[in-house]
Design a protein around this ligand. Structure first.
Ligand code: ADP
Length: 213
């Protein structure tokens, strides 16, 4: 996996040597630093994995010309929804608004996905949807969630193979907190996960964690 790292002094030296002399063999780099090939092996492995250098068999090491920022962007663009998705909380379309509020507290989530009796996605319920319904002072136990939910085809969705970055753009553009990870089948749309702003925050932290290593 490509990773953005803080380079050690020796790694900086290696990058400089390859920049100036590449393609150059590991042996030749070791000579220039008066070190053994074995001593250099871990550094070369790190620099190659991190994307600074590229190794070609029988030719040697090349400098890729990528900056730390480009390498970080490359890495972010490899993160998929499936790497960070959580378990979705789904409720049936016959549920009352009152019970949806209770479910939201019990499950400790901010967004519920509404499914029909065949477990296919029909709607999304946010905290504000439920608050708005509560303001009306109506009998929340007799109002089904279908009355207040955001329904198909207006649901913003993603799939497990989508890039997490694309999903981040959707969250921003649509000004929503979460979207369902779905699977299209001949039956319809099934909910298999969810991505929320919390997942995005965790992805950011995971990315920084890598950097420290
Ligand atoms: P809140 O309303 O609690 O701040 P959101 O910003 O997620 O939460 O929701 C704003 C509105 O967008 C709500 O009416 C909600 O039903 C709707 N919504 C939430 N998620 C989605 C989604 N994935 N697709 C379409 N609409 C959504």
């Amino acid at each position: 996996m490509v990773s953005t790292i803080e380079l050690s002094k020796r790694q900086e030296q290696i990058v400089q040597i390859v920049k100036d002399n590449g393609p150059i063999t590991g042996e030749a780099i070791a000579d220039r630093l008066s070190l053994t090939r074995a001593t250099l092996r871990p550094d070369l492995a790190i620099l190659t994995m991190a994307g600074y250098l590229e190794a070609r068999p029988r030719v040697g090491y090349f400098y890729t010309g990528k900056t730390g920022q480009q390498l970080l962007a490359d890495k972010i663009k490899k993160i998929k929804v499936m790497d960070h998705q959580s378990i979705p909380v789904v409720v049936n379309e016959s549920l009352s608004v009152y019970d949806a509020i209770v479910t939201m507290f019990l499950e400790d989530v901010g967004t519920l996905f509404v499914v029909d009796k065949s477990s296919l996605l029909v709607g999304v319920l946010s905290r504000k949807d439920l608050l708005r319904a509560s303001l009306g002072n109506q009998d929340l136990k007799s109002i089904p969630v279908t009355i207040i939910m955001t329904r198909m085809p207006n649901i913003t969705m993603c799939e497990k193979d989508d890039l997490l970055l694309e999903v981040a753009h959707k969250l921003i553009d649509k000004q929503i907190d979460a979207l369902p990870v779905v699977k299209h089948s001949e039956r319809g749309i099934e909910v298999i996960g969810r991505i929320t702003k919390t997942n995005m925050t965790k992805a950011l932290v995971a990315l920084a964690g890598d950097e420290i290593l």
